[in-house]
Design a protein. Sequence first.
Lengths: 226, 228
Amino acid sequence: MSDLGPTPATEVRYAARGRYDRATVHAILDAGLIAHVGFVVDGDPFVIPMIYARVGDDLLLHGSPATRMFRTMRRRPRICATVTLVDGLVLARSAFHHSANYRSAVVVGEPQDVDDLDERMAALESITDRMAPGRVPSLRAMTEKEARGTRVVRLPITEASAKIREGGPIDEEEDYDLPIWAGVLPLTTGVGQAVPDDRNLSDVAVPEHVRAWEGAVVGGAGVLGR
Amino acid sequence: VSEGGGGGDLGDLGDLGPTPATQVRLAEMGRYDRDTVYGILDEGWVAHVGLVHEGRPLVIPMVYARLGDDLLLHGAPATRLFRDLRTGPEVCVTVTLVDGLVLARSAFNHTVNYRSVVMFGPAAPLEGEDERRVALDAITDRLVPGRSPSLRPMSEKELKGTRVIRVPLVEASAKISAGWPEDEDEDYELPIWAGVLPMRTVTGPAKADRRNHEGVPVPEHVRAMETD
């Protein structure tokens, strides 16, 4: 069950909240849209937001070869990718016990370049497909030039942990006697109505894979605007 | 988020940068003025805090508040992060808000509309108890404005048991991606639907704790948080 850890790098201090099994880590990665990727440049930390996809036991990241992370990776290959979904604000009876309900996953390791062009195209399509599942087949096919101009790396999900906080406030026993309202403010992500591009051809309808997203409310926010 | 293309003007220069660390590579997306940076920080819920632990990068999600020209982080003293932060290391704090999905005519030109802030600075623990009390109230009231006066006051023990870290806002940049698909010219002739799917965070409705006293209504400061 706990085949991804814990290791010294991923151990969750509050043991009751830590999970190291593939299913839990994968589920959080699959629910998020943005990973915050940390790397070290000249001894200093950098954290940048990136879109990603999980395919099997790999986390796939992509970007222009000119990005700082890719330039750095040659010398300092280790990265830490963190995905966080905030499910709610936990409002307790004292400031001290205020908290957030969240699910986060941390994956650490050394990414490897995806050099094979076909593999790279498949990886890029899987990243696009996460934005609107089913969209890729409707698109103009990727060209070799596009694939050559994009760097794709694969971070094996072998050293990872998840951390989950859920439920209501946990107050000091004597504070339950106080007439203070406590509870949870849930946070979700709301998807709006699709706005067509001005330059769409006149007879092109909103496709089903876009319709399916419209008005959706998905659990968890935090990487998302309010 | 994904970066491609290049060029453009220098963007808005402000007093937070650019520095070699914060310069946004696609110059037209970069902002370095406090209004823009603070606006994004004040809208987010969670910051991703990066630090170097034994030579390795570590990225931890944390709630935070901006108070004046400082970013405040808090947590339990025993966490790895706070043990490290006591020594005053350089940290990188990143906050990202996603505003929508940009669906282009090719997979390559798909992107995300987002606003992000990246800031760098030395982490400095707040030592004074009064300072910490003010900071902790600021963090609570930043999450739910007006909540701290309604609560049981913080005890000495709680104050002693909480670490607060200040990171001064002196080196920061914002990056804003807002717009429409930018497709290859020839792709505009294709009968492919393109556009934007807007996204936002929805708050509420509030769920009362089972152990609330009967007759205690949802307070106005909680009601005000619920998205219409």
